[in-house]
Write a protein that binds this ligand. Structure first.
Ligand code: IVH
Length: 669
């Protein structure tokens, strides 16, 4: 293709793809299918690869990330990025309105949702996206341009050639946070507390590939210099920014007087749980720009706007009992049993009371009317006892002295706040073994976290592995429990039923034989094919296997000489749990089979061990170090020296996308 034609086609593709992004992410009105989009994007990628001289930094191909910086540059805000004074009551809103009227202004207000994210300043030059910066200390922020480019609702080209600064909020939707936390829980990573922290953490990534995966979004709500565009009111500024292709919030409303403000607040206090993003209040701004100018600023805040913050929703209910649960480490937790109460759209029946000191500090008595609220809108907590509602029939709280499960004396070490059951044979310790049995690399029963197992254990539903397969008998009780519900219980029971078909290595690993990790379990399963066959092997025979040393061999032999274990296995078989190896015999894939792989760095959608397990299921070999014998190195986030070495040795490298599409084709995800 002659150069000019190429240049034109690139420009055309950039235009079509940006327009598609705009329709999809800003207007929420897709105009082309995902397949069409991908096809055009690939065409553009190819052209840009072959003709890098025509590739623009703001090309749609750059939205997937790829730019890594080593530190954040500072950006000066020529107009400081101020925050807003918080108010919490109707009186304060009335006072705000009166102050403005006293200065001779007859105000109209724009009410907007106060988005719970982090503020951002965007600069465009002649319509082209130039920089994105955080607020920082208001005067100096951090340059997050590389990450902002990955936010699909931020246009890389405005609808005209304006040179302009706009400000708004970067946020993460509730759904994205839930997905991200689901992934993190699978990888045993700490969960993100709320949408704001998650958005802030994502935007402060040095590697824009990570930010790109976090599906961040924006609402633009502020034009710092409206006079430059001859704009007279804030409401006009919102319309103007919308016309430029920026994503402005459709809920913003022009209202008259305090009543209009209060109605808006009432409306959105109710709608808040149904919004797809988190808000923590309502922002009230004087509409007229000349009036804003007249009112001016304090050193910290504009005098023409305030932020009304929603109160955390508190509900009164009765504390009917305090019960104690035992964790897998023996730690005792007191829990409030509450008369069911609706808080922020969900029923709360239980709340943790953490430890004895916590209850004493709050002076709680059984039978008290207490206020409860959802901290961070997620975890229910008991705020306080309503002393004025006491009848005299309340019961003093008494900390238990004996383990509720095994009755041994509890201990509270000096300087510690928690009580522990120190009996290492306490059945509560079995929780650990049970959690292991259902875990991802063992029987992989989806929907069974540690907390759920603790709950079921403490409620007496599950005391042993066998009870897991009898959980069906407690179905009605489970549905009644706080936070479960019919659908999740049904899914859990289906997952339990499906796990019966697992290949032997999962069961073997799940049994928790000392020293048998998932790799050894696979090796033993592959070699001996059935649990019966394995159970007859002597330690000498076992040691003939390359990776089995004397200790492992002894552990296996001992396990199968214990009658309790044999009874357990027989019972499991009777319940229909498969004890045969099904691995490679049913799986084969020429891309994986016979090759040596190294997985390095963090793969966002799956844990490393699971990827290695799949490789091995398909006849590949996964190893920990890169050598000349390595065929493929799979690199995730923060892949370090192994990637470098692979490049030096010229070994084939797969990124996340390649792995993802292969696993998808194989039906593994
Ligand atoms: S206006 C001078 N509007 O709340 C104008 N701020 O406490 C300043 N925020 O730092 C901001 N939603 O991060 C404005 N609709 C909205 C907002 C909003 C969220 C945040 C923003 C600001 C903080 C002020």
């Amino acid at each position: 293709m002659e150069q000019l034609r190429v240049k034109e086609r690139i420009e055309e593709l950039v235009h079509i793809l940006e327009e598609a992004n705009y329709n999809y992410y800003v207007l929420d009105n897709p105009t082309i299918t995902d397949q069409e989009f991908d096809q055009l994007l690939r065409e553009l990628e190819k052209l840009e690869e072959n003709y890098p001289q025509f590739a623009s930094i703001n090309s749609p191909t750059k939205r997937v990330g790829g730019m890594v910086i080593d530190k954040f540059k500072k950006i000066n805000h020529t107009i400081p990025m101020l925050s807003l004074p918080d108010v919490f009551s109707e009186e304060e809103i009335v006072a705000f309105d009166e102050r403005i009227r006293k200065s001779g202004i007859e105000p109209d207000y724009v009410c907007e949702l106060k988005i719970d994210g982090l503020s951002v300043s965007l600069h465009y030059e002649k319509g082209e996206f130039l920089t994105g910066a955080t607020r920082g200390n208001g005067v100096i922020g951090e340059d997050i341009t590389h990450n902002v480019r990955t936010i699909k609702s931020v246009p890389m080209k405005l609808k005209n050639e304006s040179t302009i600064e706009v400000r708004g909020e970067i946020y993460m939707s509730k759904e994205t946070l839930a997905k991200l936390n689901h992934q993190r829980s699978e990888l045993n990573m700490p969960l993100l507390q709320n949408c704001r922290n998650a958005a802030a953490g994502s935007i402060r990534q040095l590697d824009s590939k990570i930010a790109a995966k976090r599906s961040l979004d924006t609402w633009i709500y502020h034009l710092p210099n409206p006079e430059d565009y001859n704009i007279k009111t804030h409401y006009e500024a919102l319309k103007f920014m919308k016309q430029l292709g920026l994503k402005t919030n459709p809920e913003s409303k022009l209202v008259h007087g305090v009543n209009g403000i209060l109605e808006f607040i009432k409306e959105y206090t109710e709608k808040r749980p149904t919004l797809s993003y988190d808000i923590d209040g309502v922002v009230i701004k004087v509409n007229d720009i000349a009036s804003q100018k007249k009112l001016g600023f304090t050193s910290k805040y504009p005098k023409w706007a305030i932020a009304y913050k929603f109160p955390a929703e508190e509900v009164l209910t009765k504390l009917t009992d305090i019960i104690f649960t035992v964790g897998r480490t023996g730690r005792i937790t007191p829990n409030a049993v509450l008369e069911p109460a609706l808080v922020m759209g969900s029923t709360v029946k239980r709340a943790t009371l953490h430890n004895e000191d916590y209850i004493i500090e709050k002076g709680l008595k059984i039978g008290d009317i207490v206020s409860i609220r959802k901290a961070g809108d997620v975890i229910p907590e008991v705020v306080e006892a309503k002393l004025e509602r006491r009848t005299g029939n309340e019961k003093e709280f008494q900390m238990i002295t004996k383990c509720p499960i095994c009755d041994s004396e509890l201990e509270k070490k000096v300087g510690q706040i928690d009580h522990y059951c120190l009996n290492s044979n306490c059945p509560a310790r079995h929780i650990e073994g049970l959690v292991h049995f259902v875990s991802r690399h063992a029987m992989n029963i989806d929907g069974f976290g540690e907390k759920i197992m603790e709950d079921f254990f403490n409620l007496g539903f599950i005391k042993s592995i066998l009870d897991i397969y009898h959980l069906e008998n407690h179905k009605e009780d489970l549905i009644e429990l706080e936070g479960y519900g019919k659908k999740s219980v049904d899914n859990l029971l289906i997952a339990i039923e499906n796990s019966k078909q697992n290949s032997l290595e999962r069961l073997l690993f799940g049994l928790g034989i000392s020293g048998i990790g998932d790799k050894t379990a696979l090796l033993l399963s592959r070699t001996y094919k059935t649990l019966e066959n394995l159970s007859t092997k002597t330690k000498e025979e076992l040691q003939e296997l390359k990776d089995i040393g004397p200790i492992l061999a002894k552990n296996v032999e001992e396990y199968f000489s214990n009658v309790d274990n044999i009874t357990l296995i027989n019972n499991l078989k009777e319940l229909g749990i498969n004890t045969k190896y099904l691995g490679e015999e049913i799986k084969n894939n020429e891309i994986i089979s016979g090759k040596r792989f190294v997985v390095t760095g963090t793969i966002s959608f799956m844990g490393r061990e699971e990827i290695e397990q799949i490789i091995s299921n398909y006849g590949g070999q996964a190893s920990g170090s890169v050598s000349k014998k390595t065929d493929v190195v799979i690199v995730g986030e923060k892949a370090g020296s192994k990637e470098t070495k692979a490049r030096e040795l010229g070994i084939e490298i797969w990124g996340e996308e390649k792995l993802y599409s292969l696993l998808k084709n194989l039906g593994e995800i």
